[in-house]
Design a protein around this ligand. Structure first.
Ligand SMILES: NC(=O)c1ccc[n+]([C@@H]2O[C@H](COP(=O)([O-])OP(=O)(O)OC[C@H]3O[C@@H](n4cnc5c(N)ncnc54)[C@H](OP(=O)(O)O)[C@@H]3O)[C@@H](O)[C@H]2O)c1
Length: 270
C-alpha cells in the first residue's frame, strides 16, 4: 500500500465534518474530491478512482453507504469514516471491503478551526497499519491531538462524554421552559457558568436533531450511563430534600478527593 500523496474522495465532503476534513487535507497538499448527493461525480465513481475513501454522511445513512461503497475501494486503498459512533461502522467497513480500514472521530463540530491546537481526534484501528500511520501523521501535522482507541472502548467512553452530556443539556432545556422564567429575564440574571450552559443549549438545538438522536440512541453505552446519571441525580436530590447536611458534606468531600486532590477512590463515592 502506497499512501505518500493519495487522492482522497470524501462522501459527505460537500458540508459539515466532511468539508472540514477536506479543508485539512487540501491544506496538507492533497487532491480531494468532495462528493454529495448532487455532485457531478457519484460516490461510486469517486471510490473506484481514489486511493483513500472517507465516509462522512449522516449516521442513519452510514451503514448503507458503507455497504454500497466498501466493495468498490481499489486494492491497496484505504477506507475510513468520521462517524461519531465507531464499532458498527468499522465492523461494516471490514465486512464490505478487503482493504485497509481506519475509523476516526473528531471531538468537535465542523465550524472549529483545523489549526486550533486544542482540538482532539480519536482514531480507531480497523485493518492494516499503513493507513493508520498515514492518518495519524496528517492529523498531528495539522496540530490536532490524536488519541488511539479500540472502537468498542471509544463507544463506551462516548456513552458518557456525549450521551450523558447531551442528555443533561436537553433535560436542562426542558427544565428552563417549564420554569416559565422568560429567556430575557434569565439572561439578565445569568451567572457566567449558567450563560455558558444556555449557549450550549442553543448550540445543540442549532444542529440537526438526527445527529444528537443517533449519539443518544445508537451508541449502545449511552443508555446505561444515562441510567447511572439518573440514579446519581436521585441520590443527590434525596440528600438535598432530606436536608441531610452530614450526607452532603460526606459526598462533597469524596467528590473533592476524586476530582481535586486526585487521591480519590471511586468505591468510596459509589
Ligand atoms: N457535526 C458534528 O459535530 C460531528 C462531529 C464529529 C463527527 N461527526 C460525524 O460526521 C458525519 C457527518 O455529519 P455532519 O454533522 O458533518 O453532517 P451531516 O448532515 O450528517 O452530513 C452532511 C454531508 O453528508 C452528505 N450526505 C447526506 N446524505 C448522503 C447520502 N445518502 N449519500 C452521500 N452523501 C450524503 C451531504 O451531502 P449533500 O447534502 O451535498 O448531498 C453532506 O455533504 C457523521 O457521521 C457524524 O457522526 C459530526
Amino acid at each position: 500500500m502506497k499512501l505518500e500523496k493519495p487522492e482522497v474522495g470524501i462522501i459527505g465532503g460537500t458540508s459539515g465534518m466532511g468539508a472540514w476534513f477536506a479543508d485539512l487535507l487540501e491544506h496538507a497538499g492533497l487532491k480531494v474530491f468532495r462528493v454529495g448527493r448532487r455532485t457531478d461525480i457519484t460516490p461510486a465513481e469517486m471510490a473506484r478512482q481514489c486511493g483513500v475513501t472517507v465516509i462522512s454522511v449522516p449516521i442513519a445513512d452510514t451503514m448503507r453507504v458503507i455497504q454500497e461503497i466498501g466493495p468498490l475501494v481499489p486494492e491497496n486503498g484505504l477506507l475510513m469514516d468520521l462517524t461519531s459512533i465507531k464499532a458498527e461502522p468499522i465492523k461494516a467497513m471490514l465486512r464490505y471491503s478487503s482493504v485497509e480500514v481506519v475509523g476516526m472521530h473528531p471531538l468537535f463540530g465542523p465550524d472549529s478551526s483545523a489549526r486550533n491546537l486544542n482540538l482532539r481526534v480519536i482514531v480507531c484501528p480497523g485493518r492494516g497499519k499503513q493507513g493508520l500511520g498515514w492518518l495519524r501523521k496528517i492529523l498531528r501535522q495539522a496540530g490536532l491531538a490524536v488519541t488511539t482507541l479500540s472502537a468498542e472502548e471509544h463507544d463506551r467512553i462516548m456513552g458518557l462524554v456525549q450521551g450523558v452530556n447531551h442528555f443533561t443539556t436537553l433535560a436542562l432545556a426542558l427544565c428552563v421552559i417549564r420554569s416559565r422564567i422568560g429567556i430575557e429575564d434569565l439572561l439578565k440574571c445569568s451567572t457566567q457558568t449558567f450563560s455558558q450552559r444556555l449557549d450550549r443549549i442553543t448550540s445543540v438545538l442549532g444542529q440537526p436533531s438526527g445527529l444528537f438522536g443517533s449519539l443518544l440512541m445508537e451508541n449502545p453505552s449511552a443508555g446505561a450511563f444515562i441510567e447511572q446519571y439518573l440514579n446519581a441525580a436521585e441520590e443527590v436530590a434525596n440528600v438535598i430534600s432530606g436536608k441531610d447536611w452530614e450526607g452532603f458534606e460526606k459526598m462533597f468531600e469524596a467528590l473533592n478527593r476524586f476530582f481535586i486532590q486526585d487521591t480519590g477512590n471511586e468505591k468510596e463515592i459509589m
